[in-house]
Design a protein around this ligand. Sequence first.
Ligand SMILES: Cc1ncc(C[n+]2csc(CCOP(=O)(O)OP(=O)(O)O)c2C)c(N)n1
Length: 362
Amino acid sequence: MKKTVAEYRVDHLQILDPEGKVVSELPAFARDTDELLTMYRSMSLVRTFDTKAINLQRTGKLGTYASCLGHEATHVGVGAAMAPEDVFAPMYREYGAQMWRGVKMSEILLYWGGDERGNNFAGPKHDFPWCVPIATQCLHAAGAAMAFKLRGEKRCAVSSIGDGGTSEGAFYEALNLAGAQQLPAVFMVVNNKWAISVPLHLQTAAETLAQKAIAAGMPGIQVDGNDVIAVRAAVSAALERARSGGGPALIEAMTYRLSDHTTADDATRYRPKEEVEEAWGFEPLIRIRRYLMNEGLWDEQREQQMLEECAREVDAAVDEYLATPRMPVSAMFEHMYATLPEAMQEQLETAVRYEGTNGSGH
Ligand SMILES: Cc1ncc(C[n+]2csc(CCOP(=O)(O)OP(=O)(O)O)c2C)c(N)n1
């Protein structure tokens, strides 16, 4: 005879629907007008920055750039929930979280301009640099969380990863370790439905990505990733739990990549136009703006003023980036090895020989 030995379910949290209507109880921070306006402003600043960065790339002033269009609520929600002493291990497009934590826009530009100084954040120096190898950042977060636990520090590590990244071995290894050791770690899965040209349904047969938490022995929740209030609430709850010794958690943020994967990609080659048009109907900025307007906390005049301020701030960051003297090409080899292997020595010499001949860079 068979008997059921375990049963699970996955909850989905939404607080503001796409129309900006409140559909479940507002958390305390969302009753504070300043907090809400700060989050909305951050999302708008990220959107302005993102548009500008793409223009810089198109005019040859930036290298390949990964847009975060459509992810603003997820990223700002994560940043707003974290404490400064926590550690963030991001992937490569989490500008909203990073900017909230104090990373400068000029640093983000330097990074994509090929200058490693962009990884030396003005924001929390203890945060990890960007991680392009998919999923290794989850192991970095698990390692940091292990250190916090061993030292008895009340800090947490947060990593973010895409839907595609959850197919990687490193993701499962990190989850397993964090669950087994009950580490203070939060794993954010930013489900934007596409891993470059691979749609979610070809990536996994799992009904949700949140349920990947279950095998690791930690709670997993799905959250509307276009709802900044829901994201912040879910991440805050997971962090609070982790900080008080309750162990790790996984949060799947349901969002959509409205942009190309990077400026080196053309998503029109593989993605249905109708799908993108539909996704614009539930993008993250509209719903919080509608909510603020319905509550009488926002109007067109304030919107225009804010957008002008954002544009000025972004322009100042671009000026700072463009005015930063270039590093010599040898800089990218400098911190890799104590003694450069022969093959790299050759690459270094070639790079130096051709320095300044391709006219790229800022
Ligand atoms: C280990 C590894 N394998 C492959 C790549 C190439 N690569 C870069 S981005 C990407 C897709 C990632 O998709 P997803 O994890 O869904 O994140 P998204 O970029 O959509 O936010 C791949 C396969 C990589 N960077 N690292």
